[in-house]
Write a protein that binds this ligand. Sequence first.
Ligand code: ARG
Length: 459
Amino acid sequence: KEAKLWGGRFEKGVTPAVEKFGQSVSYDRKLYKHDLMGSRAHASMLAKQGIITVQDRDAILNGIDEIEKRIDDGKFNWRADREDVHMNVEAALIELVGEPAKKLHTARSRNDQVVTDVRLWCRDAINDIVQRIKYLQVSLVQLARENEGLVVPGYTHLQRAQPLLLQHLLLAFVEMLERDASRLLDCQARLNFSPLGACALAGTGLPIDRHNTAEALGFTEPMRNSVDAVADRDFLIELLGANSIIAIHLSRLAEEWVLWASEEFGFLTPSDAVSTGSSIMPQKKNPDPMELVRGKSARVIGDLTTVLVLCKGLPMAYNRDLQEDKEPLFDSVETINTVLDVTAEFAQNVVFNKDRISKSLPAGHLDATTLADYLVYKGIPFRTSHDIVGKAVAIAVSKRIELKDLSLEEFLRINPVFEEDVYTFLGVENSIAKFRSYGSTGAEPVAEQMKFWISKLGM
Ligand code: ARG
């Protein structure tokens, strides 16, 4: 049995159960690229500071290249008895190049090493997520483009409220996604500081140059406080929080589309390519991918919760508990990536059923608020016009007709201010044509929004 890298003071090895329990290499090997990056920067700095010789440095750097190649090619022997990615790499490097490799861990601890790796990994992961967000935004704007002019019922309390252009509704999600991306980029800017050289928790007496390694690794600056550097995981909470918000936005989109795909709504039909059937009911065609998008939000929130609870009771500084931060991190990022991709794919494979939607528009008096605005134009205080329109609605409801089918006499019986021009405010088409405030669902404001996104997304 191989001696542990930390084995000097120990007389006996750990039990198999403890070894298996403590290993993290089965999942933290994902960090190997960033671990090697960190080691390259660290070795170069040690040589520059005269702590190791340039010959040692070159032996280490060549060894790291070789190890990277072996890992890339799937030829690296990952060993659970070497615990984690860091010690797997270091032990393999010592096997490969001998004595010089034993100097790599000078003025470094796994505590600063691991969190350096994780920060570097998150920095890249964020760029990747942001790209996928943009791709989904493009897919949604494209879907909006294909449905120009389509009016749909807008809901509040899931009761019919006012008409909306479908484009407007879709662009609402594009806006949410834009903030999601900017939240991730804020988080990226805040996490891009180097913990390397904080060592175990206290820093070191050796003449290292933390500014040098920070710069070599593309960090803004070294972290100012070594305890903070190894102990805190707020950047993970932030990233997992940002992912949770994305997941919730997509879950709401998913819920809407699942609802719209129902027989009762019938507003939307997913193509076969994004639907699945039932093992017993031959007629079924289910929007499963969107249900899963909704469902996966649970695990993304769970990942955030795990890291929050993980950190809440930890004394300063590093504690082994923190090893448990990696699986939720990887799971959250992986899940959010697939959820973004699948939602984009779904958006590329849905058809809005214009007939069903327009046949449904007369129901629910979507034009009632526009009628209240009409009365405002006639000089009636809004609170009074609300009441007048309420009476008109009550009549329409009792006669099971639309507001536009009420006769002028009927309107005049409610209030003498009505004139023939009232009919230019009634009906969904007339109603939606009246919207013009900034950010509203009117044709012009929506065209403005479309123009903004098409240019911003380079479409
Ligand atoms: N695998 C460990 C982690 O993920 C690395 C740091 C271990 N440090 C230690 N002193 N045991 O946190």
